[in-house]
Write a protein that binds this ligand. Structure first.
Ligand SMILES: C[S@@+](CC[C@H](N)C(=O)[O-])C[C@H]1O[C@@H](n2cnc3c(N)ncnc32)[C@H](O)[C@@H]1O
Length: 271
């Protein structure tokens, strides 16, 4: 199924009771995101910062399709341990189908089902934006980290989203609506403070900006943004049509722009 064919009204990351079919749709979205150069850049940066070694214990919080967890397992080897915490049952099923040897547990970031000081390495990517109590989640990740352990948080900050062309006032109403739907839309800017407040020492930070290709004006999230906003009553049907027409006309002459910045912060726990 292509990005264009996805029925995005069925896609969400809060579906705790998601079945295999829901998990499959979410997995398709995650696969499309994971292929974006900016996401690949931050995943590689995090792996370098975490430096998982043979025999170590690693944790991926909100492990999704399990691809990053499989990479951690590969690094720690058979003498180590790699565990994914994932509340979405459908995604756990997808991850097990893709990587049968993965250890996956049901759970949420703000109540990790592990003893303190259980892991040498903890990662958590594009999860905290969906979490109601991000400081509690950061505290939990710090708790399960061993002294001398490494942690990396990655997240988007939706205030960095730029969509052009669009009437700023109409776009503002749409953005306010989508921000209100998200638990923590400005997560990206908070990562450093979350780690510092959890008593960890920040060791490095970076950012990567996703620039959508011209084809993105007509498919994926943007192709639904106006229609979804109109259905919710935050813009009119005429405003939605003008929004989509403006994007498509701009893309036809190569003048469309959409970008979004994601942040990664690495930290250590004092030995
Ligand atoms: C955008 S996906 C990112 C998945 C994966 N980390 C990656 O980078 O591909 C967000 C993930 O967070 C999970 N999630 C949502 N709320 C969560 C929570 N409170 N605790 C842990 N994971 C959560 C979702 O089920 C989903 O797998």
């Amino acid at each position: 199924m292509s990005e264009q064919e996805l029925d995005e009204s069925r896609v969400g990351f809060k579906l705790r009771d998601a079945d295999r079919e829901d998990g499959g749709l979410l997995a398709m979205v995650l696969d499309l995101m994971a292929a974006k150069p900016s996401v690949r850049t931050l995943k590689a940066w995090a792996l370098d910062a975490l430096a998982p070694a043979v025999g170590e214990a690693a944790l991926d919080v909100g492990s999704g399709t399990g691809e990053d967890l499989a990479e951690l397992l590969d690094r720690v080897g058979p003498s180590g341990r790699a565990v994914g915490v994932e509340p979405n049952r459908g995604l756990r099923t997808v991850a097990r189908e893709r990587h049968p040897s993965l250890e996956l547990v049901d759970g949420i970031a703000s109540a990790l089902p592990f003893d303190g000081a259980s892991f040498d390495v903890v990662r958590c990517e594009r999860v905290l934006q969906h979490v109601d109590d991000a400081p509690a989640a950061a505290g939990e990740m710090a708790r399960v980290l061993r002294p001398g352990g490494r942690i990396c948080l990655i997240d988007t900050d939706w205030a960095t989203a730029i969509v052009h062309p669009a009437d700023p006032e109409v776009l503002g109403r749409m953005i306010d609506f989508f921000h209100a739907e998200s638990a923590n839309p400005y997560s990206g800017r908070t990562l450093r403070g979350l780690l510092a407040d959890a008593g960890l020492t920040v060791a490095g930070e970076t950012a990567a900006t996703w620039i959508e290709p011209q084809s993105g004006a007509k498919q994926g999230f943007l192709s639904m943004m106006g229609k979804t906003s109109a259905a919710a009553g935050v813009i009119t049907a005429a405003e939605a049509e003008a929004f989509h027409r403006g994007l498509e006309e701009a893309a036809d002459r190569g003048a469309f722009h959409m970008s979004l910045t994601m942040y990664a912060v690495a930290a250590t726990k004092s030995a």
